[in-house]
Design a protein around this ligand. Sequence first.
Ligand SMILES: Cc1cc2nc3c(=O)[nH]c(=O)nc-3n(C[C@H](O)[C@H](O)[C@H](O)COP(=O)(O)OP(=O)(O)OC[C@H]3O[C@@H](n4cnc5c(N)ncnc54)[C@H](O)[C@@H]3O)c2cc1C
Length: 555
Amino acid sequence: MKNQFTENHRAALLEQMANEAYDLLIIGGGITGAGVALDAVTRGLKVALVEMQDFASGTSGRSTKLVHGGLRYLKQFEINMVKEIGRERAIVYGNGPHVTTSEWMLLPFHKGGTFGAFTTSIGLTVYDFLARVKKSERHTMLSAHETLIKEPLLKKEGLKGGGYYVEYRTDDARLTIEVVKAAVNHGAHVINYTKSESFIYDDDSKVIGVHVRDVQSNKEYDIFAKKIVNATGPWVDQVRDQDHSKNNKQLQLTKGIHLVFDQSIFPLKQAVYFDTQDKRMVFAIPRDGKTYIGTTDTFYDGDTAHPKMLSSERDYVLNAIHYMFPEVKMTEEDIESSWVGVRPLIYEQGKDPSEISRKDEIWEGDSGLITIAGGKLTGYRKMAEDVVNLVSKALSATNDTTYKPCQTMHLPISGGEDIGDSDQYQIFVDQKSKEAMNFGLSEEEGRVLASKYGTNVDQLFQYAKEYQELKENELTSVIYAQLMYAIEQEMVVKPVDFFIRRTGSVFFNRSWAIQWKEAVINKMADIFDWTPEQTTEYTAELEKEIEDAVTPVDE
Ligand SMILES: Cc1cc2nc3c(=O)[nH]c(=O)nc-3n(C[C@H](O)[C@H](O)[C@H](O)COP(=O)(O)OP(=O)(O)OC[C@H]3O[C@@H](n4cnc5c(N)ncnc54)[C@H](O)[C@@H]3O)c2cc1C
C-alpha cells in the first residue's frame, strides 16, 4: 500500500528532482499550481512542483469553499467570467464528486435591498443561461412565505421573496490535495515544504532552474526545467521580484474571514446568500453539524502566510448574522472556529476591494518566467489549460515535439475514478458504507469515509482492518485509517497538515482535534522518529492554530 508520496520519501525525491531535467517546474502547491501540474503531466510533459508550506496552506485552504459561478459578478457585468467559471462548476463536480456537493442556495430579498424580485429573476435567468445550468438545477422564484419555509431564521421584516438556485460546496484543501495526487499518479514529481529561493539563468538571461531549500532539513538543491511557472497566489509578486520581472501589473491583496458555529447555536437549515447591513453579499452555509459564514473583503498588506482575524472583522460578521437572522442570539463566546484567507487579485486603480475583478491573467517576464495571477478556485482547470497551452507551444517551438491537447475536461481527480456519472455517486457511497462492515467499521463510519475519500476509500478500509489486527487502543480504527492514509498517501509532514488540511477538523470539528491531538502526535512521532524537541515544536504549532481560530487580534 506504500507509495512514494510520503514524508519518508521526501529526501530521496529531492535528490531525484535535482538530477532530472524537467519540461516544466511549477512553484506553488495551491489549487492553481496543482491544476497546472495535472494538466501538463497528462499532456506528456515531464513535470515537477515545489510548495514551500503544505499543499493548500495558502488561499486554497481558506476560501468560502464554494465551486460557484459568482452570481454577484453579474452586477459588475463580468459576463465572460461568469460564463467561463459558471460552466467549470459542472466539470469540477463531474471529475471529483467526492469533494464537491451541489447545494441549493437561497437568495432572499427585502424591501430596500440590493436585489428585488425582478432583478433577482433576471440575474438568475442570465446565470442559468451563461453557466449552462442543467434543467434539474435551474432557479425558481419563491414568495415570502415559501422563502421562510426554506429558512425560518431569516429576517421577516420587509421580506419580499427569494431566489432559489444551485451552487456547489467543496472542501477546498481536499480538492487541492486530490488534484495534486492525480498529478502524482500520472507521473509528476511533487513535494511540499520546499521553498524556491532564487532563479538560475543561462547566458541569455533566460530562466532555466530554481534554487530550492527543503525547509524541514535546511538542505539546498537546484532543479532545472525548460519552462517555469510561478503559481504562488498571494506571493506571485515576491517571486517575480526574485526574477526582477515585475512589470506595470501587480497584485492587490484583500483579506476575508469566516466564522464557524455549532448548529445548536446557529441552527441554519438552508444555505443563504444575503445582503449585509452595508449591502455587501455574504454566505451562510450549513455543513456537517456546523454553520459557517463569511466573508469580509478588506485591503491587506500584512503577513501573507499567517493572516489573523481582527476583532472588528469578527464583529462585522456577527453583526451581519444579527442583521439577517435576528432570532439567533449569539456572542463572540459562541464562535467555535474561524479562518482567514488572502485573495490574490490584480490591482485596479481606484476600486474598492469587492469591486476588483476576480479574473485571471498570465504574465511572461523577459526571462521567460510565466506567472499566473488572480482567478478563482472554481476556474482552476481552465486557468491551467491556458497556462499549459502557452508552455507546450513554447516547448514545441524549441524541441520539435508535439504534446497532446488538454486532457482534463473529463479527467477524474484522485478519488473520483470509476464512479461513472456523478449521479452514480450516491449509489457508490451506499454500497461502500455496507462494505465497511466487512472491515470492522459501522455503516455510518463507512459512509463518512466514502463521502470524503471517494474511490480511495478501499485503502482506508484496509488501514482500518490493519488497526484492529494491531490490537492497539490509543486511536480508533477510523482515525488510524485517516492518519495512515494521510501519512502514506498524502505527504503529511506535520500534525497541522493532518488536523487542518487533510481532515479540516480545526475548522469544522475543533473538539475532535483537541480530543485526539495527543494520540495522533504520539503516533506520528513514533512513525517519523521525531526528537522530543520536534514533538514539542509541532504540538505547540498545532495548539497555536487551534487557539488562533477563536482569538482575534486587536487593531
Ligand atoms: C476569503 C476568500 C474566499 C474565497 N472564496 C472562494 C470561493 O468560494 N470559490 C472560489 O472559486 N474561489 C474563492 N476564493 C478565491 C480562491 O480561493 C483563490 O483564487 C485560489 O485559492 C488561489 O489559489 P492559488 O493556488 O493561486 O494560491 P494559493 O492557494 O495561495 O497557493 C499558492 C502557494 O504558493 C506557495 N508559495 C509561495 N511562494 C513560494 C515559493 N517561493 N516557493 C514554493 N512555494 C511557494 C504558497 O505556500 C501557497 O501554498 C476565495 C478567496 C478568499 C481569500
